[in-house]
Design a protein around this ligand. Structure first.
Ligand code: 13P
Ligand code: SF4
Length: 322
């Protein structure tokens, strides 16, 4: 594989080699590093990664790696989870500004008050939250194990579910449990237009709509299948259908096209005529920044030890219950 830097970019950053793939592979050897990438990353980052996965797969991989350096091609809460699991390893995030609107929708001080208002409740938090929120939680979940985790909690135990109201509502429907929902959401999964999805269904009557559970109810209503990014990928491979309308970040389509080259994947459009279905945080990472992060061993994820230790427990519980 050979990836080059655009001439415009190269003239600004003289120290970037032209063959970035070879340079990154060389640094990987020198650092004994592993590159973990989420499906929402640019295709070239996915192509250089050692492992590509959803949030659960990435945390399981981070929990079991022998590498000395973890290069996390994803967003801040994902790299932070890797650091919580690996305090002695260097965890690099190519762009520290790669945050998450969902994690930002749950500020720790407000969540503390919310928790205090529901003192008997067990706190189950979606992994898309900050280390401070994890430290206030009893169990972490991801979109692939949320239903399974809630089903393991005794029925008489009241539960707070944070921060994603859409995933929370979906889990309530699937489990029949009554959850107290924090009202957070993801700007990307809120942007899909039900009207445009229905128009696409008319144009492609044989296409199946598949959606991430962070989408809003009007979109989920049209979905033939709802699942995490890994589950959506597996579904496309196994299904007899040849066409799919994908209601999640379109970065996943790169792996779908690789896994099922004979099938056609149509990204679900945003309400406005914008590229708002692409996660602006995930897309801050570039191959160039990934190379520079490895070369300079920065930016690094650093966490206060008390927060890390408190956040580790609910992550470990999730890994045990998954
Ligand atoms: P996954 O659990 O499918 O990785 O979802 C992560 C995410 O950020 C979705 O927006
Ligand atoms: Fe966060 Fe949404 Fe981006 Fe996922 S897609 S990282 S939830 S902003």
């Amino acid at each position: 594989m050979f990836a080059t830097v655009s001439p415009k970019f190269n003239s600004n950053l003289n120290n970037i080699p032209n063959d970035l793939f070879s340079a990154i592979k060389q640094l990987k050897k020198e650092l004994n590093a592993v590159i973990l990438a989420h499906y929402y990353q640019d295709s070239d980052i996915q192509d250089i990664a050692d492992y590509i996965g959803d949030s659960l797969g990435l945390s399981q991989k981070a929990a079991n790696t022998n590498a000395d350096v973890i290069v996390f091609a994803g967003v801040h809460f994902m790299a932070e989870t890797a650091k919580i699991l690996n305090p002695d390893k260097l965890v690099l995030l190519p762009d520290l500004a790669a945050g998450c609107s969902l994690a930002d929708s749950c500020p720790p001080q407000e969540f503390k008050a919310f928790k205090e208002a529901h003192p008997n409740h067990l706190v189950v938090s979606y992994i898309n939250c900050t280390a401070e929120i994890k430290a206030m939680s009893d169990i972490i979940c991801t979109s692939s194990n949320a239903v399974k985790i809630i089903e393991q909690i005794p029925e008489d135990r009241p539960i707070i579910f944070a921060p994603d109201k859409n995933l929370g509502r979906y889990v309530m429907e699937q489990t029949g449990r009554d959850l107290v929902l924090w009202q957070g959401s993801c700007i990307v999964h809120e942007t899909f237009s039900e009207k445009k999805i229905v128009q696409l269904q008319v144009e492609h009557p044989k296409a199946e709509v598949i959606a991430h559970p962070e989408c809003e109810p009007p979109v989920l209503r049209h979905a033939n299948y709802v699942g995490s990014t890994t589950a959506l990928l597996k579904y496309c491979q196994a299904s007899n259908s040849k066409e799919f309308i994908i209601a999640t970040e379109p970065g996943i389509i790169h792996q779908m096209e690789k896994a099922a080259p004979d099938k056609h994947f149509i990204p679900a459009p945003a309400m406005n005529n914008c590229a708002c279905n692409e996660c602006p945080y995930m897309r801050l990472n570039t191959l160039e920044k990934l190379y520079l992060a490895m070369k300079n061993k920065t930016p690094e994820i650093i966490l206060p030890e008390d927060i890390r230790v408190a956040a580790l427990k609910p992550i470990q519980r999730m890994l045990e219950m998954s």
